[in-house]
Design a protein around this ligand. Structure first.
Ligand SMILES: Nc1nc2c(ncn2[C@@H]2O[C@H](COP(=O)(O)OP(=O)(O)OP(=O)(O)O)[C@@H](O)[C@H]2O)c(=O)[nH]1
Ligand SMILES: [Mg+2]
Length: 214
């Protein structure tokens, strides 16, 4: 892409995310998904990694998606309509790898998230969020392999960048880049973000619009 096209996309993304964005619905099970009529971009990642906070930061709204210090806050697939006319949907999801919740509940969330990620025709890209303090864990690798197998393109997003030193963040970025390169469905662009300071948020907005319109 030329610089002009890049700039144009970035500006369109900025405007889109500053405009109308609304909660559409929660789906506790696959049968309650909205009609698959617009491109979707979904937020995946371990509990407490910052999925809901990232959605709020991207949309510049404080509490569009509910966040919490306690892992297991988001328990359903939550759909948010972006743009008038509607351009895309953001999908906040329950976290995986959360051992403290009742086992059958965790299993239900996992099936819901996996079924959605594997089977959703309009899913244009997944965002796989990784806590910058912890890096990739085996549960993340499992989800990445599942997305590879389902040929669902995904971005790795390093979250909570404000919590680690820039040098450590740089190292983590390099290590993660190397590992992602071995995954066929991992997009080569990795994002470093902070929902607290706004680092990387504008870049991710552009990537989301690019994914939805590609
Ligand atoms: N410092 C800092 N804290 C963050 C950031 N993003 C999220 N948090 C905090 O991390 C905690 C979890 O954030 P959530 O957005 O609720 O995480 P989640 O991934 O949606 O969690 P579940 O819905 O339980 O899976 C909250 O206390 C947030 O305030 C960030 O970029 N920087
Ligand atoms: Mg959440």
């Amino acid at each position: 892409m030329s610089d002009d096209v890049d700039q144009d996309l970035a500006e369109r993304a900025r405007k889109l995310f500053a405009g109308p964005i609304e909660f559409l619905k929660s789906a506790p099970e696959m049968q309650f998904l909205p009609d698959p009529d617009v491109p979707e971009v979904a937020f995946a990642g371990r509990s407490n990694v910052g999925k809901s906070s990232l959605l709020n930061a991207l949309t510049n709204r404080k509490s569009l998606a509910r966040t919490s210090n306690t892992p297991g806050r988001t328990q359903e697939l939550n759909f948010f309509d972006v743009g008038t006319p509607l351009q895309l949907r953001l999908v906040d999801m329950p976290g995986y790898g959360f051992a403290e919740a009742p086992k059958d509940l965790v299993r239900r969330w996992r099936y819901l998230v996996n079924d959605y990620l594997r089977g959703r025709q309009v899913l244009k890209r997944a965002l796989v969020l990784i806590d910058s303090r912890h890096g990739l864990k085996d549960v993340d690798r499992e989800v990445m392999r599942m997305l590879d197998d389902a040929a669902v393109s995904y971005h790795i997003v390093l979250t909570k960048g404000d919590k680690v030193k820039p040098s450590a963040l740089g190292t983590l970025y390099e290590v993660t880049l190397t590992e992602a390169a071995k995954h066929p469905a991992a997009h080569p662009a990795i994002f470093t973000t902070s929902s607290e300071t706004g680092t990387g948020i504008a870049e991710l907005r552009t990537a989301i619009l690019e994914a939805a319109t590609s």
